[in-house]
Design a protein around this ligand. Structure first.
Ligand code: HEC
Ligand code: HEC
Length: 178
């Protein structure tokens, strides 16, 4: 009987980079629950399904899924920062990026991305935030502002792989430096 994963395994090894080769060869290839994945700019992706974690489903719509399933924390603001516009769902993003929201009353709210590139604020943490706001992503001294106003906190509603809705170009991202 042939192994059901044979073709996938073959493809993965054909496409394997040094990263994957070293990353998979022992402990420490991933970060937390993220596994090595050379299809993602970060070299990491989520493959633990709906296991609850702050690293889960980077790029996914945390707020919508938690609401629909009635499981997981309630967030007022959530999303994922990448280093390119077009990362696939579940690709890990940039760790240590800052999201800075300035609301209509000039109150500033900041979040730092975790090892999956995810950021989020509970309703308590976001208390007092009034829309429309402005927002920018900052990483390593480089800033990428959203030109339009921020109408609400669910970033992933618009920032998907291909961009959604009001035609966001894709992911929230800070381009790599020189
Ligand atoms: C497709 C659905 C889905 C998406 C998308 C999703 N989650 Fe979850 N999340 C769940 C479910 C289901 C649970 C509860 C499962 C559990 O506790 O094991 C959960 C639980 C959690 C928990 C609780 C973990 C704990 O220890 O209790 C955290 C934190 C979390 N999610 C963060 C996030 C963040 C951040 C995002 C977005 C970047 C996100 N989730 C996206 C389905 C989702
Ligand atoms: C209603 C849709 C919508 C929501 C919600 C939204 N954005 Fe945007 N965003 C856009 C659009 C459209 C653009 C591209 C045009 C522009 O810059 O205004 C954009 C661009 C950006 C950019 C610059 C370009 C890029 O792709 O990185 C950043 C950074 C950004 N948004 C961050 C955020 C963050 C953080 C949130 C959540 C707090 C958020 N956005 C929520 C629609 C949205």
């Amino acid at each position: 009987m042939s192994h059901p994963n044979f073709r996938l395994t073959l493809l993965a090894s054909l496409g394997a980079s040094l990263l994957l080769a070293c990353g998979d060869s022992g402990e420490g290839g991933g970060v937390g629950l993220l596994a090595s994945d050379d299809a993602c700019a970060s070299g990491l992706s989520w493959n633990h399904g709906n296991t609850g974690s702050e690293q889960m489903h980077p790029g996914g719509d945390c707020i919508k899924c938690h609401g629909q399933l009635g499981e997981g924390p309630t967030y007022e603001v959530a999303g994922t920062v990448y280093e390119s516009l077009t990362e696939e769902d579940d690709c890990g993003g940039l760790e240590g990026a800052t999201i800075e929201i300035t609301d209509i009353n000039n109150n500033v709210f900041t979040m730092t991305t975790n090892s999956a590139g995810n950021f989020f604020m509970t309703p308590e943490q976001a208390e007092g935030i009034e829309y429309p706001a402005t927002v920018k992503a900052i990483y390593d001294g480089r800033e990428n502002p959203m030109i339009g106003f921020l109408p609400y906190g669910n970033c992933s509603d618009c920032h998907t792989r291909n961009g959604n809705w009001t035609a966001a170009g894709g992911r929230i991202y800070v381009p790599p430096g020189e």
